[in-house]
Structure formats: C-alpha cells, structure tokens
Ligand binder design. Sequence first.
Ligand SMILES: CC(C)(COP(=O)(O)OP(=O)(O)OC[C@H]1O[C@@H](n2cnc3c(N)ncnc32)[C@H](O)[C@@H]1OP(=O)(O)O)[C@@H](O)C(=O)NCCC(=O)NCCS
Length: 170
Amino acid sequence: MSARISAVVVDDVDAVIALARVVWQDAYAGIISQEQIDYMLGQRYNTSRLLEELGSPEVWWDKAQVDDELAAFASTLLTNVPGEMKLDKLYVDPLRQRLGLGARLIDHVAERARARGCHTLMLAVNKRNARALAAYRKHGFVEREAVRVDIGNGFVMDDFIMSKSLSAGG
Ligand SMILES: CC(C)(COP(=O)(O)OP(=O)(O)OC[C@H]1O[C@@H](n2cnc3c(N)ncnc32)[C@H](O)[C@@H]1OP(=O)(O)O)[C@@H](O)C(=O)NCCC(=O)NCCS
C-alpha cells in the first residue's frame, strides 16, 4: 500500500471531521459513553476549531492519503515543557488500520520534533484503548504516568501519558 503524507489544508477540514466521527465511533464505543464521544467530537472536531488550529504556528496537522483518499490524520503541538512535542491526535480509518499508516505518521511527526530540537514526543491515551496502547508500545512509546482529567459536563479522561525518546534513532 502506498500512502502519501502531507499537511492538512483548509479544503480537507470536512473530510477530517467526517473521518474523525468514523474512527471515534469504532475506537471508543465500549470504552467511553456515547454521550462522551459526542461531547468530545463536538469540542475537538468542529470547523472553527480546526481552521483556528490550521492557522496556528504551534500546531501541525498531517494527513495520510491512499489512492487520493484521506486514510489517516495526526496533529502535534508544542507543550509548555521545553524539548517536548505532543502527538495530540492520531486516527487511522478502521479499514486501513494495521497497515503501517500509524507508524508512518509517527515517524513523520517525530522527524518534525527532532528538527525543532525536541528530545521527547509524548501523548495521552485512554487506559482501556488496548489497540492504541499496543500500537504505541510497538512504535517506541512507554507509559510515564496515569492521569484523570476533568473535561467538563461530568466527563473525565482516564489516560496514560506515554512518551518516546527522540534521541539518536529513537
Ligand atoms: C492506534 C492506531 C492509530 C494505530 O495505527 P495503525 O496504522 O493501525 O498502526 P500500525 O499499522 O502502524 O501499527 C500496527 C501495530 O499496532 C498494534 N495494533 C494495531 N491495531 C491493533 C489491534 N486491533 N489489536 C492489537 N494490536 C494492534 C500492533 O502492535 C500492530 O502491529 P502488528 O500488526 O505487527 O501486530 C489505529 O489503530 C487507530 O486509529 N485506532 C483508533 C483511534 C485511536 O485509538 N487513536 C489513538 C488515540 S490516542
């Protein structure tokens, strides 16, 4: 399978929002409630939020296309810890998972982080998201701490913080 990685642009916003809905439904039903899925999708994947992030110099959105179709996307941002970049989102079309697209996007964002002098790529992942935990471990991330974050409306994110060292070859 040949995939092309490039930056998400304004014309991709509707497709990113649509793909996010498909992946979230597939990944999180059974982990968090439908109400929490809808709440978090509404907060994170709306047109104005995406356009704002696409215009930000400290947030990067990347996409992977297969046969010119959006197959996966990722976003990364600088945290307030020097030398650290956060992989904030990584979502692969359920029909295209386990084919290496997640790995391609992780390599891509790790390269950007290195180029900006970062030594660590970190992320937050739901403790019950076994599929993502397996993928992140395989791709060099290790659990750093457990956190519970109140996100409003009575919802919490029950996550592991994982990080990957970006030192030589890491
Ligand atoms: C997590 C995710 C991004 C990984 O992307 P991917 O393209 O499927 O991953 P890759 O092909 O690069 O890596 C595959 C490896 O991940 C792990 N993995 C992926 N899917 C898995 C599954 N269903 N069960 C067990 N392990 C799985 C395995 O280690 C696998 O390696 P293997 O196939 O050799 O056993 C993707 O599964 C996804 O989008 N999941 C739903 C959304 C999500 O949870 N995103 C992360 C939010 S923090």
